[in-house]
Design a binder for this molecule. Structure first.
Ligand code: SF4
Length: 355
């Protein structure tokens, strides 16, 4: 008996074992699909669910999102991390309104011209919203294909990615009506069965001809990123506290942590008391260097050194433009870089527990 195609097995499996009740499924509204696809990049479904509902309640359509301020969008995104997604989301909404009359594009070529929409996200939206014949190729799909076809080499390398793309395109189902179930099936398989560690091959619909399973290479495929030493940087940040409030500055909209609220960066050689005196009266001469926090970006490692100074707010010294006194208790819900948010949240928790 001949074996059903990869696509046919996946579509059949998706219908019985895949996910069907996620709030962004069962719609062809490109705005809603786009929002879910962006939120699901680098974030688990369970986390996205609440954010997705709150976001849609506040911004039910692309017009509402385009008209909002970037600060409002970032604040609602707080907790999801990777804030460049939120900034791009906002910019893309503005472009849809100004360049497309508020009608969200549904073809992959136009979608890929919008900020924050890469080829795979464009393909997913085009498949779900318009049944366009496009292949998705995100990290999950690369993993499934690399294992199933036994493709060696780090998928981030151009030649390996080209091979995987060719495979992804060759495996698309021929029937247009099967495209959505197939694409969803690939997503579901990568998220629930062919997981990064310990894939559940016994439950996999394409296990029969999976090269990685047959050759005992499920643990080594896909080939991991070649190790390289990341450059290290160190940055001092002023942690100015006045009673229960902390001083924040708005970062420029481009670059690292663009548009987020953050502790003011200071030179390592700077006198923290002098720097802090611009915002209030230092309470004592004590300056406390807190233990550094290590944070890894894609291209470098950052050692964050918080330099704590306690201040008394002076009524005649209003906070300069682009700065904000935020109650420590609210740090969790503010649009802050993740390591700074964690630091402030910990401080707030220690204070409430009296430590
Ligand atoms: S058989 Fe295992 S390794 Fe192969 S695709 Fe299925 S879950 Fe992944």
């Amino acid at each position: 008996m001949t074996r059903a195609s990869f696509a046919a097995r996946l579509v059949r499996w998706q219908r019985t074992h895949g996910r069907h009740h996620l709030p962004w499924q069962g719609t062809r509204d490109a705005y809603r699909i786009w929002l879910s696809e962006i939120m699901l990049q680098q974030t688990q479904v369970a986390t996205v669910l609440g954010f997705y509902a709150r976001f849609l309640e506040r911004f039910p359509d692309v017009h509402a999102l385009a008209e909002a301020s970037e600060d409002d969008v970032l604040a609602l995104w707080a907790g999801l991390g990777y804030y460049s997604r939120a900034r791009n989301l906002h910019r893309a909404a503005e472009r849809v309104v100004t360049e497309h009359g508020g009608r969200f594009p549904t073809d992959a070529a136009t979608l890929a011209t919008l900020p924050g929409i890469g080829p795979s996200t464009a393909a997913a939206i085009a498949v779900f919203a318009a049944h366009e014949r496009r292949a998705i190729l995100d990290g999950n799909v690369k993993r499934v294909l690399a294992r199933h076809a036994g493709v060696e080499g780090y998928p981030g390398q151009a030649a390996v990615e080209r091979s995987l793309r060719a495979l992804a395109e060759a495996r698309l189902p021929t029937a247009k009506r099967a495209l959505s179930a197939y694409t969803q099936g690939l997503m579901d398989l990568g998220a629930t069965v062919c997981t990064p560690r310990a894939p559940a091959c016994a439950r996999c619909p394409v296990a029969e001809d999976c090269v990685a399973r047959m050759t005992g290479r499920t643990a080594t495929l896909p080939t991991p990123r070649p190790r390289r030493a990341l450059p290290e940087r160190r940055q001092h940040f002023l942690l100015a506290l006045a009673d229960r409030d902390v001083l924040l500055v708005k970062r420029p909209s481009s670059g690292v942590w663009g548009g987020l609220w953050c502790l003011p960066g200071i030179e390592e050689s700077a006198n923290a008391l002098v720097e802090a005196a611009r915002f209030g009266r230092p309470l004592s001469g004590a300056v406390e260097h807190l233990p550094p926090i290590e944070h890894t970006f894609t291209h470098f490692r950052l050692s964050i050194v918080p330099v704590c100074v306690r201040l008394e707010r002076v009524a005649s010294t209003p906070a300069p433009q682009g700065t904000l006194w935020l109650p420590l208790d609210e740090a969790r819900s503010a649009a802050l870089p993740a390591p700074i948010g964690r630091l402030l949240f910990e401080m707030a928790s220690n204070r409430s527990s009296g430590r």
